[in-house]
Write a protein that binds this ligand. Structure first.
Ligand SMILES: *[C@@H]1O[C@H](CO)[C@@H](O)[C@H](O)[C@H]1NC(C)=O
Ligand SMILES: *[C@@H]1O[C@H](CO)[C@@H](O)[C@H](O)[C@H]1NC(C)=O
Ligand SMILES: *[C@@H]1O[C@H](CO)[C@@H](O)[C@H](O)[C@H]1NC(C)=O
Ligand SMILES: *[C@@H]1O[C@H](CO)[C@@H](O)[C@H](O)[C@H]1NC(C)=O
Ligand SMILES: *[C@@H]1O[C@H](CO)[C@@H](O)[C@H](O)[C@H]1NC(C)=O
Ligand SMILES: *[C@@H]1O[C@H](CO)[C@@H](O)[C@H](O)[C@H]1NC(C)=O
Length: 398
C-alpha cells in the first residue's frame, strides 16, 4: 500500500518534472541584462514575461552567481508549463522599509509551475528581526515572506534553500497539488516569526525530505488546509509542526486530511501540535494523523491546545468551538524537555472525538541530562489507546 502510494507520487513528480523541463526553452537572465553581483529584478521579470508567453514549456534560468533582487511578482497565467531554475544566491534588500508588499518573491496564478535548483533565497532578515515589535504593537507592519506561492496548481518545488527570511520563509495560499521535495530552510532559532512553510486554504500539498531549522513553526497549517502529506521532514530548532492556530477569525474553512510521518523533531519548543483559540467561532479540524516520529529534547512533544490565548486574558472567555476529531498519534518516541510530554487539552464545549493514541515512548530529560518518567494531561477527550504508553494518559476531567 505504502509502496504503491510512493510509486504513484514518484510518477506524478516525474510527470511534472517532464512537463516543466523536457525540451523546455531556456530564458537565461544574463541574456536580459543580469550582471554578477547586480540587481536583477528587471532582468528576471523580462525573462519571465517572455517565458510565460512561450507556447511550449519554458524555464527561466538564474546561473550560479550572487545577485541582489528587489521584490518581484511573477504572474501567470502562462501559455504552457513554466519553471524557474535557480543556481545562484539571490539576496533581498536587508531593510524591510523597502518592501511595499507582503512578499519578496511572489509567484501567482500559475498552472504547471516548477521552482528548482540548488540556489538560495537569502532574505537577509537580521535587521527585520531586530525591528519586529509585532508581539507588542498591534499596528506593526508585518515584514515580507521570502517566497509566496499564491493560487498555483500542479506545482513542484525542488532542492531550493530559503535562508534568513524576514518573516515566514514560504507561504502557500489558495493552491492545489503542490509538491515540495528536498527543500532546505534555515534561520537562527531565535529569529522572530520565521515559520518554515505555512499552508492556508490549499489542498494536495506534499512535503518530503525537507530540512527545516528556524525560529518559529517548521510547518504550520492554517484554516482550509486539506490533504496535506508530510514525510521525512527534519525539524529543529523551531517550534515544531503545527496545525493552527485555528479559530481566530469568523468563517474559517475546515482543516482536513493531514498526515505527518517518519519525521525527526529536535530541540524545538513543541513537537506535533494542534492549537485553537479560546472563545473562537465554530470550526473543524479532522483526520489528522501523526505517525513514526522521533522527538529529541522537545518541549511539548504531543500537544493539543484548545486554550490558546497568547495575551493571557482569557480566563473569563468561553471555550474554543473548533471541533477536533479523528486524530491518531502513533509510534512517537524520544525525549521531552518538559515533564508533561503528552498534553491533550480539548475544548469543554466541543470535546475531541475519535482520538487514538498508541506506541508512545517519551521520557523526560532535564537540562542537566537527568532522566525521569514523563507525565501527561488530558481534558475533554477519551482517547482509544493501544500498545506501549509511556507516559500513561491521565485524565483530569474524565
Ligand atoms: C555569494 O554569497 C555567499 C552567501 O552569502 C557568500 O558566502 C559568497 O562569498 C558570495 N560570493 C561572492 C563571489 O560574492
Ligand atoms: C487552479 O484550479 C482551480 C480549481 O480547479 C481553478 O479554479 C483555478 O482557475 C486554477 N488556477 C490556475 C492558475 O490554473
Ligand atoms: C490535482 O491533481 C489531481 C490528481 O492528479 C487532478 O485530478 C486534479 O485535477 C488536480 N487539481 C487541479 C486543480 O489541477
Ligand atoms: C501526496 O502524497 C500522497 C501519499 O503519498 C499521494 O497519495 C498524493 O497523490 C500526493 N499528492 C501530490 C499532489 O503529489
Ligand atoms: C517510515 O518509518 C517506518 C518505521 O521507522 C519504516 O518501517 C518505514 O519504511 C518508513 N517509511 C518510509 C516511506 O520511509
Ligand atoms: C522506551 O524508551 C527507553 C529509552 O529510550 C527504552 O529504554 C525503552 O526500552 C523503551 N521502551 C519501549 C517499550 O520501547
Amino acid at each position: 500500500m505504502e509502496l504503491k502510494l510512493s510509486i504513484m507520487a514518484t510518477s506524478l513528480l516525474l510527470m511534472l518534472a517532464h512537463v516543466a523541463n523536457a525540451d523546455a526553452a531556456i530564458f537565461d537572465v544574463t541574456k536580459y541584462g543580469a550582471k554578477a553581483g547586480g540587481e536583477i529584478s528587471k532582468a528576471l521579470t523580462s525573462a519571465w514575461k517572455d517565458a510565460c508567453a512561450s507556447t511550449s514549456s519554458s524555464t527561466v534560468s538564474i546561473p550560479a552567481v550572487n545577485y541582489t533582487l528587489s521584490p518581484v511578482v511573477l504572474q501567470g497565467p502562462c501559455k504552457a508549463a513554466i519553471g524557474v531554475h535557480v543556481q545562484g544566491t539571490l539576496k533581498a534588500p536587508a531593510d524591510p522599509s523597502q518592501f511595499k508588499t507582503d512578499g519578496w518573491v511572489v509567484f501567482q496564478y500559475i498552472d504547471q509551475f516548477t521552482l528548482s535548483g540548488t540556489g538560495t533565497f537569502d532574505g537577509q532578515g537580521a535587521m527585520a528581526w531586530k525591528q519586529n515589535d509585532c508581539a507588542k504593537n498591534k499596528n506593526c507592519r508585518t515584514p515580507p515572506t521570502n517566497i509566496r506561492f499564491d493560487f498555483l496548481n500542479n506545482t513542484l518545488i525542488r532542492d531550493i534553500t530559503s535562508k534568513d527570511s524576514k518573516q515566514f520563509h514560504i507561504n502557500v495560499l489558495g493552491c492545489n497539488n503542490v509538491t515540495f521535495v528536498h527543500v532546505t530552510i534555515t534561520a537562527p532559532g531565535d529569529s522572530i516569526n520565521t515559520d518554515g512553510i505555512h499552508i492556508g486554504r490549499a489542498s494536495g500539498i506534499n512535503i518530503t525530505d525537507a530540512l527545516i531549522q528556524t525560529g518559529d513553526d517548521c510547518l504550520s497549517i492554517g484554516d482550509g488546509g486539506r490533504q496535506i502529506h508530510v514525510e521525512r521532514v527534519t525539524c529543529g530548532p523551531g517550534h515544531g509542526i503545527s496545525v493552527g492556530s485555528l479559530g481566530k477569525y469568523k468563517n474559517e474553512e475546515p482543516v482536513v486530511g493531514i498526515t505527518v510521518t517518519n519525521c525527526t523533531i529536535s530541540n524545538t519548543m513543541n513537537g506535533v501540535r494542534v492549537k485553537t483559540w479560546r472563545a473562537s467561532p465554530v470550526g473543524t479540524a479532522s483526520d489528522m494523523h501523526f505517525e513514526n516520529i522521533v522527538m529529541e529534547n522537545v518541549g511539548n512533544p504531543i500537544i493539543i491546545d484548545q486554550e490558546y490565548c497568547p495575551s493571557g486574558n482569557c480566563n473569563n472567555q468561553p471555550p474554543s468551538q473548533v471541533k477536533i476529531s479523528r486524530v491518531s498519534l502513533k509510534n512517537i518516541r524520544g525525549t521531552s524537555s518538559t515533564r508533561i510530554a503528552v498534553k491533550l487539552d480539548c475544548s469543554k464545549s466541543v470535546p475531541c472525538e475519535n482520538v487514538e493514541v498508541g506506541d508512545i515512548n517519551l521520557t523526560y530529560k532535564g537540562p542537566g541530562g537527568e532522566v525521569a518518567a514523563a507525565t501527561s494531561e488530558c481534558e475533554n477527550v477519551k482517547p482509544k489507546t493501544f500498545g506501549t504508553l509511556n507516559p500513561k494518559l491521565f485524565s483530569s476531567s474524565g
